[in-house]
Design a protein around this ligand. Sequence first.
Ligand code: HEM
Ligand SMILES: *[C@@H]1O[C@H](CO)[C@@H](O)[C@H](O)[C@H]1NC(C)=O
Length: 338
Amino acid sequence: MGFRSSLAAALMVVVLFSAACSATAQVDHIGGVVGTSGLAMDFYKDSCPQAEDIIKEQVRLLYKRHKNTAFSWLRNLFHDCAVQSCDASLLLDSTRRDLSEKETDRSFGLRNFRYLDDIKEAVERECPGVVSCSDILVLSSRDAIVSLGGPYIPLKTGRRDGRRSRAAVVEQYLPDHNESMSVVLDRFGAMGINTPGVVALLGAHSVGRTHCVKLVHRLYPEVDPALNPDHVEHMLYKCPDAIPDPKAVQYVRNDRGTPMILDNNYYRNILDNKGLLIVDHALANDKRTKPYVKKMARSQDYFFREFAKAITKLSENNPLTGDDGEIRKHCSVANKNH
Ligand code: HEM
Ligand SMILES: *[C@@H]1O[C@H](CO)[C@@H](O)[C@H](O)[C@H]1NC(C)=O
């Protein structure tokens, strides 16, 4: 054994030892074996063994009634976890002190929050005060990916809920629809998500919709010459006004081919200049991302493998664990404000 590998082995022992210590420290009152991140597979195994099944069943029932709930659960993971922490701050309503994250322009189009409350209520009926809203957000996202035809991604739990949501910080974290690829790669890179990971995550735009307000600047006063003319015709039909009527819900489906399925058709679309957002188009044209776009367009397996890794990273971004935060009673209000 060389010096480096024995050092690695020694570090491993330290890591395992401290993991074991934190596990015994936590086991009495929460249950489950807690890793160094504070998160663990099946964290609620002892404290609420039915939790994951209840969430899965609720996601399934909601999906049967409203297919678009699955889009929301997937998008929530990005909008919550990428803003500082997976702490369910996305779900909080504004208070007298703070305008919440939901109220920003970046959050435009987020929907179905009341159905997430239904999932929380179903879990609370079984195990009051045990399962965090942030874990419900993450697990509903995982199960929604399966509803949409994507891979099953085992994810850890044990997150706790934040107490504040601040609209003012959102722009620092979430890229805009017209952001440069350098900024996009930097923002995800700060969460440990590499270039193929970013390319895979944007594959979420293989489902759902984009409202005309986010697209009209590519159509009016002049059509963006980068857009595929066949697609322009459809976009103009869906978004006939340069200033969309705010009361009419006007939008274009992200992937006209298979709008309800999380698949690699998104990559073929963007290579064909049918990407709706400027970032979608940039992904297929930037020399750093294009090779991965081509590879994912060819191989759904490769897309799913990278997607699973990146979703895992995103879901583990800077969680609150142990004694930090709280287990919110209602996902839209911090306990102290309730
Ligand atoms: C550079 C990063 C990203 C930008 C700028 C961005 C921007 C947007 C915009 C502007 C919309 C349209 C919203 C509307 O008009 O209703 C949208 C929709 C959506 N985004 Fe993203 N997004 C990004 C990354 C992601 C990621 C990482 C995910 C998930 C892993 C995601 C999931 C979704 C989903 C599922 C929809 C459809 C929502 C629905 O139909 O309700 N996005 N995104
Ligand atoms: C991006 O779009 C917003 C409107 O949604 C606009 O205010 C902003 O100036 C645009 N940024 C760039 C770099 O074009």
